[in-house]
Design a protein around this ligand. Sequence first.
Ligand SMILES: [Ca+2]
Ligand SMILES: [Ca+2]
Ligand SMILES: [Ca+2]
Ligand SMILES: [Ca+2]
Length: 265
Amino acid sequence: MAAVSLLAAPAAGAEGDPSVLQASNGYHLSGDWDGDGVDTPGVFRPGSPNTYYLRNSNSSGVADITVSFGGGGSVFPIVGDWDGDGDDTIGLVAFGSPNRYFLRNSNTSGVADITVTYGSYGYPLIGDWDGDGDDTIGLVAFGSPNTYYLRNSNTSGAANITLNYGGEGFPIAGDWDADGDDTVGLVRFDANGVVDNRWFLRNTNSSGIADVTFDYGRGGLEVIGDWDNTGDDNPGLVYPGQPNWWDLRNSNTTGPADTSFTYGS
Ligand SMILES: [Ca+2]
Ligand SMILES: [Ca+2]
Ligand SMILES: [Ca+2]
Ligand SMILES: [Ca+2]
């Protein structure tokens, strides 16, 4: 099942500066923490140690799982089903030349199960690019167009897939068409907050134009997930606050949020 971790969004051209990847109130995650098929929210707080607060339902409440993992330095949280066993678990990227990825296969405190070097800086993107069940690493280099570098194993090496897609906006990935593979996308926010967000989804990991385009929400920070366990990944928005407000939509179409709740702060 798809598990994608995007998150607070940098401005185009902000790659290489992890500080701009952090939302003002922390990082917002989504994933299937308990492997039941439903993606649900999480919040990451950097520190020594870093702490992940994971919730197993799309409803207001407290964390079901609190995990410490790593600490210190400039790191960016990622989540995914690294071992293909059905649950999404925690990870970190430490940016550099090369980037270092630290992946853990359970949502428990401990050391990394997998350590990988991959690429240099860029914008981390996670997905099951080849539809074989495991989520693997990727990076986006911002430009006109953006270039996506996707790898099909959580090992060091060159990209298995390189493609150009979109320009201004924030890269996303998900299984938009519920066929088993996660593919690329982009969401564009209106800096002035007067126009709805526009989502551009592509159903193959190849260069080209969007297969699906729709408007959803206004402003916020993007999260992606299969909120209702129907097999496809759909958009969500987090509005940081005390507490954060989450608006989730169950289809890749224009319309209001299907599920709304507060979680984290
Ligand atoms: Ca779940
Ligand atoms: Ca897993
Ligand atoms: Ca895979
Ligand atoms: Ca797909």
